[in-house]
Design a protein around this ligand. Structure first.
Ligand code: ZN
Length: 380
């Protein structure tokens, strides 16, 4: 999102400090509001929340600044939190740090109540579910993922909003995510766990490049690791793992837009919700398939984890790692079949992993998975 701001009156060349004041109105929301990305500035329960990209007027995005954040809250019990920290903060970097951050202010509830240096969850409305149980679950998942992705500086903030309309969903920004729930169904730890793990996984893998070219990776890895890491850690047993895998297989193989090329799906991404789901299913089943093939080629010694972790470390070291670098990595593991499989996935061909791609056959659970990959009826 790019917004240009212009003064309403002629402005002489400035020198010295420049103070800009402005009013950011909250979005009017109600039962008829569509559920979308959780970015808009909203009022809720004597508080306010939103993402910086929707309400902050910011200077040039590519210049580094020493940034001081101060909140002007005089009322007792009002607390102010952003993805990057609580209350007053000193930051160094581009203003993207402010734009791509969530903010919440008001009489906040928090878990843990005394605050934690590594994990906190905040909400304004007392939710219809047990917020402490949900927070403890996310914290466990976050800790498992920090270990796997070798997070050097753990720190994660989760914000919760109550939607005055139907719909549950989440949106991630650096070191944080926001999730919202409606009154249409009371969420539970179980019903929220896949969504929360998906948003938590967004802390790590991504590729450099346009969203249209890299969404298969960011959404695919979030789907993949939100399932396999809690399963490996014993947080999900085999049945609890296979149920969401099968649900995703159902969604993937019955999405009538799934055979669009990735580029065509990206063009209608925001106009058709079915197009939004294309990179999720495509990315997940591609990664399951690539993992099985790399494991088979390397007699189980290597897998897609090695590629994802290597890409992450290279990006942390300052290198640009995009689709071209990914193709180099899969070529090294699988020869030309690596880039060929990728091109087929991008062209909209079905990715059908082998029936034992998620592990050794173990009775009914695998039969259930096998049934899904062969049941590819299309539904409009
Ligand atoms: Zn996602």
């Amino acid at each position: 999102m790019s917004v240009r701001w212009k003064a309403a009156i002629p402005c002489p060349i400035t020198s010295g400090d420049l103070t800009v004041s402005y009013f950011a109105p909250v979005q009017q929301v109600g039962p008829a509001t569509h559920n979308g990305p959780l970015f808009d500035l909203r009022a809720e329960a004597d508080g306010v929340h939103g993402a910086g990209i929707t309400f902050l007027v910011l200077p040039k995005p590519d210049t580094e600044f020493a940034i001081s954040v101060r909140w002007n809250c005089t009322e007792e019990k009002v607390r102010c939190v952003a993805s990057f920290g609580e209350d007053a903060c000193e930051l160094t970097g581009t203003v993207d740090m402010l734009a791509y951050s969530f903010y919440m202010a008001g009489p906040l509830h928090q878990h843990p109540a005394q605050g934690s240096p590594t994990f906190n969850m905040y909400w304004l409305t007392e939710p219809s579910f047990d917020p402490v149980a949900v927070a403890e679950h996310i914290e466990r998942v976050y800790s498992i993922m920090c270990d796997f992705f070798r997070e050097p500086v753990p720190g994660h903030r989760v914000f919760v909003r109550r939607n005055p309309h139907d719909g549950t969903g989440g949106t991630a920004l650096p070191r944080s995510f926001f999730f919202g729930y409606g009154d249409d169904e009371v969420p539970t730890v179980e019903s929220l766990s896949a969504l929360l793990a998906h948003e938590t996984a967004h802390n790590w893998p991504r590729l450099d490049g346009e969203h249209s070219e890299t969404a298969w990776y960011s959404e695919g890895t979030a789907e993949y690791y939100s399932l396999v890491l809690p399963h490996r850690a014993g947080l999900l047993d085999d049945e609890q793992f296979l149920e969401p895998v099968n649900e995703r297989a159902r969604n993937y193989f019955t999405n009538p837009l799934q055979t669009l090329t990735s580029a065509t799906a990206a063009e209608i991404y925001w106009r058709d919700q079915r197009a939004q789901r294309v990179p999720y299913g495509r990315g997940l089943f591609y990664l399951i398939d690539v993992n099985a093939k790399i494991q088979a080629a390397g007699e189980g010694k290597r897998g897609v984890d090695d590629l994802v972790l290597a890409a992450l470390e290279r990006r942390w070291a300052g290198e640009k790692v995009g689709v071209a670098e990914w193709l180099e990595m899969v070529r090294k593991e699988l020869g030309e079949a690596g880039p060929d499989d990728f091109a087929a996935m991008e062209a909209g061909e079905w990715v059908v992993p082998a029936s034992d791609a998620l592990g050794e056959p173990r009775g009914a659970a695998v039969r259930s998975y096998r049934w899904q990959v062969t049941d590819r009826t299309q539904r409009s």
